[in-house]
Write a protein that binds this ligand. Structure first.
Ligand code: SF4
Ligand code: SF4
Length: 456
């Protein structure tokens, strides 16, 4: 007698058949169970002896469904290939615990897999299947709802956004005693439209002011938009391509409506990856403007002599945390380091770094899943040890999500360290010209160090 399936389980199986594509198929097929990826995962390293954190174990939760319902080997020898279906809502809850609660989609295991298995890609697909039937951590549901309904991840209302920009504009005018400093909104035909993470409005508005100061002293013709200003995209984390497409479309349409010539994305790893790399596909849009990380914009301004910086204004020791999305997934490795070496006197690497760096442990939307906080902070021991070994006073990262993940673990492990972003250090090192037409260089200032790089 065949077993009855719950409505949710049946829906997931039907949707799986639509969602498997060439990229996920290869990863679902290619694993040879060599185990080389196992000790690449921070969860495994922090939980020795617990096999449920091993990437192949976690992948098997998804692979068994693929084998049971799509792959031909599962029909002939299900016991041999580990094919197994799901029937009950309790089984879906167990999947949720692994797919959301034991993987940050950081892709560190993937770059160490000889077969090219991309765990994060099919884990994201599996999250999307569960989200489709309403099985997800509560925090994930709340954030996705805010982004669908209010237009940004943190539920920032239009009046709060406008008020914060105007407040920061006033602060800047007072700080620099310069009434010409503006934070323009909805100015058409600008060379740069600047998009931000709503966390900046809600918790860290100084980053908006610092970016505005940099644009101002660089003489940039720039604006922010009153619509589609949130470049973060929870669709990357919850696996919902429809949300991913809707959010990316809002951002692109705001640039088009203003006839902006370039979209500059503030420091946020998943925002950068979603908007610049994944968004055009999700939104199904051909874009006629380039997109650039603000890290590259700031570096370019120094190279082009548009701003001058004095590194002796930042003398505390600094290390750099590579955000998984910026670095491993988008290749932004060298630009932040080049920038750091121009704006601070004591930059030191943490090890391992670049593509091999460990996740901040708050990635993949983990900061919104409070039920897994204890697990997250336990796995953060790996990152805490890595930070501590640098002896640095400041850890810099180009990602608002990493700022939260790192701040939380620094507090938990009682590290004597602060978290900053590149925009903080660049703004702190600015040499303010008497006239914005020309900046004079002194011994410690850098002007037009090298030819400008291509925009990313
Ligand atoms: S390293 Fe790759 S092939 Fe080996 S177990 Fe891990 S995912 Fe499978
Ligand atoms: S993607 Fe990252 S968190 Fe997930 S299994 Fe691989 S190494 Fe672990």
């Amino acid at each position: 007698m065949s077993r009855r399936r719950s409505h949710k389980a049946q829906t997931i199986i039907e949707r799986l058949k639509q969602k498997v594509n060439r990229q996920t198929l290869l990863s679902l097929e290619a694993c040879v169970h060599c185990g080389l990826c196992t000790d690449q995962c921070h969860y495994v390293l922090a939980n020795p002896g617990d096999p449920t954190y091993a990437p192949p174990y976690k992948a098997a939760k998804i692979r068994k469904l693929f084998k049971a319902h799509i792959d031909w080997t599962g029909r002939f020898a299900p016991w041999w290939v580990g094919a197994k279906s799901v029937f009950t809502d309790e089984e879906l809850e167990e999947m949720k615990d692994t797919i959301f609660g034991k993987c940050t989609n950081c892709r560190r295991c993937s770059i160490n897999c000889p077969m090219g298995v991309d765990m994060a890609t099919f884990n994201r697909m599996a999250r999307g299947l569960l989200v489709h039937v309403g099985v997800m951590p509560e925090g994930v549901a709340v954030v996705a709802k805010d982004q669908w309904e209010i237009g940004n991840q943190m539920g920032v209302l239009p009046e709060d956004y406008a008020e914060t920009l105007s407040w920061m504009e006033e602060e800047l005018q007072t700080e620099y005693n310069d009434p010409t400093i503006r934070i323009p909104v909805d100015k058409p035909d600008c060379d740069v439209v600047y998009t931000i993470n709503p966390r900046e409005v809600k918790y860290d508005p100084r980053t908006i002011a610092e970016a505005a100061a940099i644009f101002h002293f660089a003489g940039e013709n720039w604006t922010m938009s009153s619509q589609g200003w949130d470049m973060t995209n929870f669709g990357l984390f919850n696996g919902d391509d429809d949300l991913g497409g809707a959010v990316a479309r809002r951002v692109y349409e705001s640039v088009k409506a203003l006839r902006g010539k370039k979209l500059v994305i503030s420091e946020c790893g998943h925002g950068y990856r979603s908007t610049r790399c994944e968004g055009p596909n999700w939104a199904k849009m051909d874009l006629d403007f380039p997109m650039e990380s603000s890290v590259i914009t700031m570096l370019r301004y120094i190279h082009e002599g548009k701003i001058a910086v004095d590194k002796t204004k930042n003398t505390e020791s600094v290390t750099f945390h590579d955000s998984c999305n910026n670095a491993r997934s988008c290749g932004l490795f060298e630009e932040p380091r080049e920038l750091l070496n121009l704006v601070c006197t004591d930059f030191r690497e943490m090890y391992p770094n670049r593509a091999e760096n460990y996740c901040c442990t708050g990635g993949g939307g983990a900061m919104s899943m409070s039920e897994y906080s204890a697990r997250r902070l336990k796995s953060a021991k790996i990152k805490a040890d890595q930070l501590k070994a640098t002896g640095a006073q400041i850890v810099v990262t180009s990602c608002h999500n990493c700022v939260d993940g790192l701040s939380d673990l620094i507090k938990h492990y009682k590290l004597d360290m602060k978290v900053k972003q590149l925009v903080n250090l660049v703004a702190g090192a600015l040499v303010i010209p008497e006239s914005t037409d020309r900046v004079e260089a002194s011994e410690n200032q850098v002007i037009a160090a090298d030819p400008p790089k291509e925009s990313a």
